[in-house]
Design a protein. Sequence first.
Length: 89
Amino acid sequence: MTQEDINQSEWSKPQNWSGPKLFGIYSSKADKRLWVPKRIPSWGWTINVGHPGGLALLVGILVGAAGLLIGACILVSIVIGVAVAFLRH
């Protein structure tokens, strides 16, 4: 059995998936791919959190998204503060 066969076999097992189909989480240590197709492949790709780098990548993406959101909020607050100060004069 090739690694490609193992990957496909692991991807097909329902116990390697959790959550709803759209936002499901895939975890298989036997599947060596970091990125795998979602349960419905036409919906895109997802991270294999069973892969050694998978969980780190997922955490990195979430931390990065949170950082961008916080940065955007700070920037909006600054712009609003400057606009209010400008309008008071």
